[in-house]
Design a protein around this ligand. Structure first.
Ligand SMILES: [Mg+2]
Length: 282
């Protein structure tokens, strides 16, 4: 399946025709508490800003559109596109009604984000198992936006990476580059630099797992209608009707999918996406 950026009319893509935010379980391996599922939205070194569309029925992956144009992240020197496989942990939600005591900011209304640092360039829509290693607390325009750092459990180096310090040791420069990427990636779009709680220091595996658990709790409240969904589309096929009033039948889900635009031929990526932007560091 080719799910690179496409024309506006063909941006809606379905991963195995399933519901990404809801249908994939949070934990990949129940016996091991640090392994979670990750939905890959953006493969490493690509620029198209693809994300789980939380306001669309069954939450497909779509390319963000800004002022009628498909959105691509700019390359801030020396980066090219996203420098990890980037995606989200299903069944999590950063509640915009909850103020985090560490960041002093509310959630960004999205599933929790993951940067996967393994060697393999994943495919868009792929669901992989990742080992969680740490987390960065980004503040994006006044909202808490956690960035979990993790590695694909199938990566040959996964066994050697068990906590945040192992990344520093085995992949020197990667954590610093990650902070630099998130700090400046919106500057070419005329936005200010992003900020971080904890002075831009990564928190360890234990902290990351607690953060994931709390966002899973917020998701559970959302899906069972204990929290107002505020425009998010919670229709799902996997949470039993007793737990979620948004649960729908397979036939209803099929009708939603059949009612969407079919995938067309993708447009070529514009040359302007290759531009490098250079800035003095503040
Ligand atoms: Mg986010």
């Amino acid at each position: 399946m080719s799910w690179r950026a496409g024309s506006v009319s063909s941006v809606m893509c379905w991963a195995d025709r399933t519901t990404l935010w809801r249908a994939i379980r949070l934990r990949a391996v129940f016996a091991e508490s640090n392994i979670f599922h990750m939905v890959v939205e953006v493969p490493r070194w690509t620029n198209a800003k693809m994300e789980i569309a939380t306001k669309d029925p069954l939450n497909p992956i779509k390319q963000d559109v800004k002022k009628g144009n498909l959105r691509y992240v700019a390359n801030v020197f020396p980066h090219k596109g996203y420098i990890w496989n980037y995606g989200a942990i299903p069944q999590t939600w950063e509640d915009p009604g909850h103020k985090d005591e560490d960041t002093d900011c509310c959630g960004d209304n999205d599933p929790i984000d993951v940067c996967e640092i393994g060697t393999k360039v994943c495919s868009r829509g792929e669901v992989i198992k990742v080992k969680v290693l740490g987390v960065l607390a980004m503040i994006d325009e006044g909202e808490t936006d956690w960035k979990v750092i993790a590695i694909n459990v199938e990566d040959p180096e996964a066994k050697d990476l068990n906590n945040i310090g192992d990344i520093q040791r085995l992949k020197p420069g990667y954590l610093e580059a990650t902070v630099d990427w998130f700090r400046r990636y919106k500057v070419p779009d005329g936005k200010p630099e992003n900020h971080f709680a904890f002075n831009g220091k990564f928190k360890d595996k234990e902290f990351a797992i607690e953060t994931i658990k709390s966002t899973h709790g917020f998701w559970k409240a959302l899906i069972s209608q204990k929290t107002n969904s505020g425009g998010l589309n919670c229709k799902n096929t996997c949470v039993s009707a007793g737990d979620s009033p948004f649960c729908c039948s397979t036939d209803e889900a099929k009708a939603v999918i059949e009612g969407t635009t079919t995938c067309g031929t993708e447009d070529p990526i514009p040359c302007s996406v290759d531009k490098w932007f250079y800035y003095e560091k503040e």
